[in-house]
Design a protein around this ligand. Sequence first.
Ligand SMILES: Nc1ncnc2c1ncn2[C@@H]1O[C@H](COP(=O)(O)OP(=O)(O)O)[C@@H](O)[C@H]1O
Ligand SMILES: O=C(CO)[C@@H](O)[C@H](O)COP(=O)(O)O
Length: 498
Amino acid sequence: MKYVIGIDIGTSAVKSVLVSAEGKVVCEHSESYPLHRPEPGWSEQNPEDWADRTIASLRRLMEKSEADPADVEGLSFSGQMHGLVLVDSKGKVLRPAILWNDTRTTQQCRKIEKTLGSKLLDIARNRALEGFTLPKILWVQEHEPEILSQADLFLLPKDYVRYRLTGSLGMDYSDAAGTLLLDVANKVWSSEIAEAFDLPLSLCPQLVESSELTGTLLPEVAEAAGLLPSTRVFAGGADNACGAIGAGILGEGKTMCSIGTSGVVLSYESRKDINPQGKMHFFNHGEENAFYVMGVTLAAGHSLSWFKDTFAKEASFDHLLEGIEAVPAGSGGLLFTPYISGERTPHADADIRGSFIGMDSGHTLKHFARSVMEGITFSLRESIDIIRQSGKDITEVTAIGGGALNEVWLQMQADIFNANIIKLESEQGPAMGAAMLAAYGCEWFSSLAECAKVFIRPAKTYSPDPEQAEVYSGLFGIYQDVYGQTKDLNERLAAYRK
Ligand SMILES: Nc1ncnc2c1ncn2[C@@H]1O[C@H](COP(=O)(O)OP(=O)(O)O)[C@@H](O)[C@H]1O
Ligand SMILES: O=C(CO)[C@@H](O)[C@H](O)COP(=O)(O)O
């Protein structure tokens, strides 16, 4: 039996899957790591935690599966996007990584817009958002110049882990697209953007394709991970690009919805010359010379995990959501907006915060839990609508991420999106996509699409219930009004956020 391994460096944990040549996930293992919030709006992780937990996760995967290490032909990565890792010329990390959901960089975003004007959308194809990497580099330039002056390279989370496992440095196009330093259509670093902010182009790592061979495991890493030093390591991609591969979003007309820490609605795009004018993200795919458009809910799964940790800490997700189907659609008039860390799509607003509207003395913990799930899903529906308005037909959506573990949530997605929802055998889309990149890199298949025919296993389809869809359609209008009605209140409350 031969295998590949996919590793997803998520925000909450690293997840590893061992996948057979038939595309079956024979074993999976997850190791979590902390997220630090030293100031309101900041979000940091220690890159060493990612590397350490990845090696531990590989060791446990090999021990649990009892697979022969000689049968593991290759591995690859998926990683949370945009996080800034600065390393010196010896590869030493210079400060904690600043993550995708850190919103300290509003001023730097305004500076980017002012300096580049329309060139930003022409070259990087995306607007300046707090989560992206260039604003983070400019924040370090302004607030910690002594750190930036020591930096030899910037890396993204999975690139740092790959470097620690193989000793080789590089970044793939799908992740580079989320930095705002890439000329997305032409697949080169933009000297124009770098020069505009006095950044040397040498700060940007060598660019590679996601399926490119980048080396083999360092002997000491191989020993610690229970693998062979000859194991081939392929570059990998952004978690959303890998999620797209793992969900089979490999052709026009295909759409996925991922509910991880963030929430994402993503549609395949083959044209490199479209410019969504910043309404949606537009990034390079992990498939060569393909792209995708995407909308992001900053706190999707995070809203539910925040709710659980705050109000039902001892409960598991399954326990918290047990019986949730008995609460009617609309949660008895309780409406939640998932803006607990600000929002991206359609409201690029780092200052907005969440609300529960319509609290009633009859509401129970279950009403609140259901309204959190509904609010998250309404937010994702806003991205579905923008993609539909751009001319794409969305009748079927593949669901991945931790949120796809709950059947009621899958049905809710069908009802709120008014589309069929496909659940796959494994919800581990990004890790599966990384495993597929390794399988393609190992030349088991002639293309990712051929690999998808074998590796992607639909398990169940959820179709919209017309009555529920009708109820949700009415509520969606009310949901959409909450942003405008709470914006000013939240701006006034911002002074009290300490
Ligand atoms: N059993 C479950 N039912 C519903 N939602 C779940 C369940 N388990 C996890 N989740 C949701 O999935 C999220 C984690 O998803 P995951 O894809 O692992 O995230 P990430 O890749 O960002 O680390 C949690 O924040 C939670 O909201
Ligand atoms: O910022 C984005 C995409 O632009 C996020 O989607 C991150 O890539 C993190 O993803 P998860 O940890 O939620 O999978």
